[in-house]
Design a protein around this ligand. Structure first.
Ligand code: ATP
Length: 199
């Protein structure tokens, strides 16, 4: 799987619709300070479900929307779409090419999309779980991340290996199944109480 394309419109400094295409192998993005290189990495993390405005170098989520410049009015909506090559089937979805999108308006309306269909953040998280793409995974190594990994506790470092080994999604499913079992047990207890009252 590889990232083929990013399309950004109204995201941070990208007021105009900007399309960045990535060929396989290495792509380097060069530009002067403040020209928007890190904003591209922010756009990727944002689509993949980043919820922390601080991690995106803002103070609130609205800060991802183009705030205006001397020549241009602020925008009301930010939209980013990633196109992933899935010809190796790493993403559990029956398409060779998958698009993931996210948009947010100033009024706070927010939407996630898979292949242009509106979905939940959970659907995106489940789709990318175990592929290394998640916001907490290792596909984006930001400044300071290597130091952070080296100095983190063994249990925290283990999560990175678990993601690489594809275990995360099974752990998540186990957690959900345990939660459902617990709920069912409580429901059964309640039913038994009612039966006891009726007898
Ligand atoms: P450096 O090489 O210094 O790390 P860079 O190329 O990575 O720089 P970025 O940090 O990606 O640059 O971009 C910073 C620019 O993005 C700043 O000029 C900032 O004003 C602009 N910017 C960030 N958020 C917005 C926004 N919401 N609206 C308009 N411009 C924005």
């Amino acid at each position: 799987m590889h990232l083929k394309k990013i399309e950004m419109h109204g995201f941070k400094s990208f007021a105009e619709e900007v399309k960045v295409e990535f060929e396989p192998n290495i792509t380097a993005v060069l530009g002067p300070n403040g020209s928007g290189k890190s904003n591209i990495a922010d756009a990727i993390r944002w689509v993949l479900g980043e919820q922390s405005a601080k991690s995106l170098r803002g103070s609130k989520m609205e800060d991802v929307i183009f705030a205006g410049s001397s020549q241009r009015k602020p925008m009301g909506i930010a939209e980013v779409t990633l196109t992933l090559d899935n010809s190796n089937g790493q993403l559990p979805i029956d398409y060779n090419e998958v698009t993931l999108g996210r948009r947010v308006t100033r009024s706070g309306k927010s939407e996630y999309l898979i292949n242009n269909s509106v979905c939940r953040l959970k659907d995106i998280e489940e789709l990318i779980m175990g592929t290394g793409l998640g916001t907490e995974a290792y596909s984006i190594i930001g400044q300071g991340k290597v130091d952070e990994i080296l100095s983190s506790k063994a249990t925290e470092r283990r999560l990175i290996f678990e993601e690489a080994a594809g275990i995360t999604k099974h752990k998540q499913r186990k957690k959900e199944a345990s939660r459902k079992l617990e709920k069912t047990e409580q429901d059964l207890n309640r039913v038994n109480d009612i039966i006891g009252e009726l007898e």
